[in-house]
Design a protein around this ligand. Structure first.
Ligand SMILES: C[S@@+](CC[C@H](N)C(=O)[O-])C[C@H]1O[C@@H](n2cnc3c(N)ncnc32)[C@H](O)[C@@H]1O
Length: 318
């Protein structure tokens, strides 16, 4: 039933589309809906009355949960204000796992604390069957002296050479700040944000469905990581941009047998269970504790070039 939609970016209304899918057919669903903040989309009007907006959200959230497999997860990205309403809906339908705080400063609002994170709600369709993999990100270092930023005290002999396990606060992925790296879309997410979500919640060949595909971030992440996708957008222009970008992508984000998320040609997220397969591809310091001042590097023959993507961000200076 879903075969004809696999690896397609589809022009249409996501609720109408999802209604025609059977129960329990998708491995993970990820949504980055319009924030109802008056953003300037090509066609969509982002200024519904609050009750209309929430009523509409309840409909697509219910469909997302219905079509997600019992082993699958439901992810929704938004500003904290709307996530509080979504959580009420999701608590009735699925099982709370995390509120991921994605540290990403936004514009000052005045008369409030400075908003500095987006949230990603992470729910399991069925908590006992839920598929989850621990993931790691590279150690953070001082850009001047190269030493680890975190003080591990006397525990440096036990450091993981690649980096710590990812927590529910994500500070190492930055928004796309420069117009020259974005498509003509007001709310494009970074690809490696979606790659992290996909690596921790799916296996190769699993299917990711995104009801608000925009210019294709989740579809590109899925394709790069050897997963399948279904993306829907109400705006044909965005669907066409997505398709054009996908045509230039390969399923090649790999080191040895393991799928890996890259950013600026360096591994940005790996799965913990893949480390044994990955370790030989890195040059490691002589002693583990030297990780404190010696960065592990990918051996030259594993260098990964992503020439097809224009989505590069300027790395943040710490
Ligand atoms: C926040 S953006 C998604 C951006 C996307 N995550 C990316 O990185 O490019 C929300 C998208 O939802 C689309 N949209 C709005 N209403 C929709 C509907 N009823 N069905 C499908 N897509 C819709 C808009 O056209 C817009 O592209």
């Amino acid at each position: 039933m879903i075969d004809k939609y696999i690896d397609q970016s589809i022009h249409g209304d996501c609720i109408e589309f999802m209604k025609n899918l059977p129960d329990n057919c998708i491995d993970i669903t990820f949504a980055d809906p319009p924030f109802n903040l008056g953003k300037k989309y090509n066609g969509y009007k982002d200024n519904q009355k609050i009750l209309d907006y929430l009523d509409w959200c309840e409909k697509w959230i219910s469909e997302m949960v219905r079509i997600t497999k019992p082993s699958g997860s439901i992810f929704i990205h938004n500003i904290p204000k709307w996530l509080t309403f979504y959580a009420r809906i999701l608590n009735e339908l699925a099982h709370f796992k995390h509120w991921i705080a994605w540290d990403a400063p936004t514009s000052p609002m005045g008369k409030s604390l400075q908003p500095s994170h987006y949230g990603i709600l992470y729910y399991a369709k069925n908590i006992k069957e839920n598929k989850f993999y621990e993931i790691r990100y590279p150690h953070k270092r001082c850009r001047k002296c190269g030493y680890l930023l975190k003080d591990y005290g006397g525990k440096k002999d036990n450091l993981h050479p690649f980096g710590p396990l990812v927590s529910d606060v994500w500070k190492d992925i930055h928004r796309i700040k420069h117009d020259k790296y974005r498509d003509e879309h007001p709310c494009q997410l970074p690809i490696h944000l979606l790659e992290r979500i996909i690596l921790m919640s799916t296996d190769e060949n699993d299917v990711v469905l995104d009801p608000f595909i925009g210019t294709g971030t989740s579809a590109i992440a899925a394709k790069r990581l050897g997963r399948h996708f279904i993306g829907i957008d109400i705006d044909e222009k965005y669907v066409k941009i997505t398709q054009a970008k996908l045509d230039k992508e390969d399923s090649d984000s790999k080191i040895n047998k393991s799928w890996v998320s890259f950013y600026l040609e360096e591994p940005a997220t790996i799965r913990d269970i893949d480390w044994n397969d990955l370790v030989d591809s890195f040059s490691l310091p002589e002693k583990t504790r030297y990780i404190d001042f010696e960065k592990i590097t990918l051996c030259p023959h594993f260098n990964h070039k992503r020439s097809s993507s224009k989505q590069l961000e300027i790395p943040m200076i710490i």
